[in-house]
Design a protein around this ligand. Structure first.
Ligand code: ZN
Ligand code: ZN
Length: 282
């Protein structure tokens, strides 16, 4: 399996607009790998795009990707869906105001996300309906597991109360990648599908120290209900026997530069921190 991490940032990109903190200033000066756009990945085996942050058009343009055949969402928070209109940017034929047929994208979606996705609207109504009517996407709903082009894709729901997010397990030719970038607590670690992955792509969770403004999370902070700590995430990865771990969704307020993450990598051979455009073969 060949992957590109299109965007390694989290719900706050780096540099955060107008922010003058040292991490953002360095990112503004040096660009990638210090700068990070929102969370998105591309699986080349299927030409599958996972999540569309606001910056997705420029992320695709700076990559070498030539085709998007499939699109899916891990969940529907704005940092993963704001750029959904990329399907129109890719597929629109201005002569008819409809899609070039060969550029239509198959939206592979766990059926639990179909109705919630219709709540994302423009003045034309639900984006999903408009994009389907225009031919930019065709919707392919599935439940639990689907096989596409020799790749098994398992969608495991994580109950987040008001919304559901999904952990995806990709399996092909005896290799397994678990993709879990955001909103993954409580992680479904009891399921064999997520265990013994060749690669676990996951958010690192809360760092307790060194945060922006010297902030320390109090015991009852809301983020503790939605995020593991970095140490808990390392323990989780060990419990599910992930062979390698790639951290994504790296937040601006963690106040860490690319060099700080490189220093953490040097202490643990099994982990890496992603950067924008990083390519990984499993
Ligand atoms: Zn900043
Ligand atoms: Zn997110």
């Amino acid at each position: 399996m060949k992957w590109t991490i299109l965007g390694s940032g989290g719900c706050m990109v780096i540099p955060k607009p107008l922010c003058r903190c040292p991490v953002c200033r360095e990112a503004r000066d040096k660009g990638i790998p210090y700068a990070r756009a929102g969370p998105s990945a591309f699986l080349h085996d299927l030409n599958l795009l996972i999540d569309t942050p606001a910056e997705i058009v420029s992320m695709l343009n700076r990559s070498r990707i030539r085709r998007v055949d499939y699109l899916t969402f891990t969940h529907l928070d704005p940092d993963h869906t704001e750029g959904f209109r990329v399907v129109e940017q890719i597929a629109l034929d201005f002569r008819t105001w409809r899609a070039y047929p060969e550029k239509q994208i198959c939206l592979l979606l766990p059926e639990q996300l179909a109705e919630p996705l219709r709540e994302i609207r423009s003045q034309y109504g639900p984006l999903l309906d408009f994009y389907q009517e225009s031919g930019f996407v065709r919707l392919h709903l599935f439940r639990d597991r689907i096989e596409v082009g020799g790749m098994g894709i398992t969608a495991i729901p994580v109950d987040r109360g008001r919304q559901t997010s999904f952990v995806y397990v990709f399996e092909k030719s005896g290799r397994k990648v678990v993709y879990a970038p955001c909103d993954i607590k409580p992680f479904p670690e009891h399921l064999k599908e997520v265990q013994q992955a060749d690669l676990l792509i996951i958010q690192p969770g809360i760092f307790e120290k060194g945060l922006k403004h010297g902030f320390r999370y109090p015991p009852e902070h809301v983020s503790r209900t939605t995020l593991y700590t970095y140490e808990q995430t390392l323990e989780l990865a060990a419990r599910i026997q992930a062979k390698k771990v790639l951290f994504v969704h790296l937040e601006e307020y963690w106040n860490r530069s690319h060099d700080d993450y490189r220093a953490l990598e040097s202490k643990n051979k099994a982990i890496r921190f992603a950067y924008d455009g990083m390519q990984v073969t499993v």
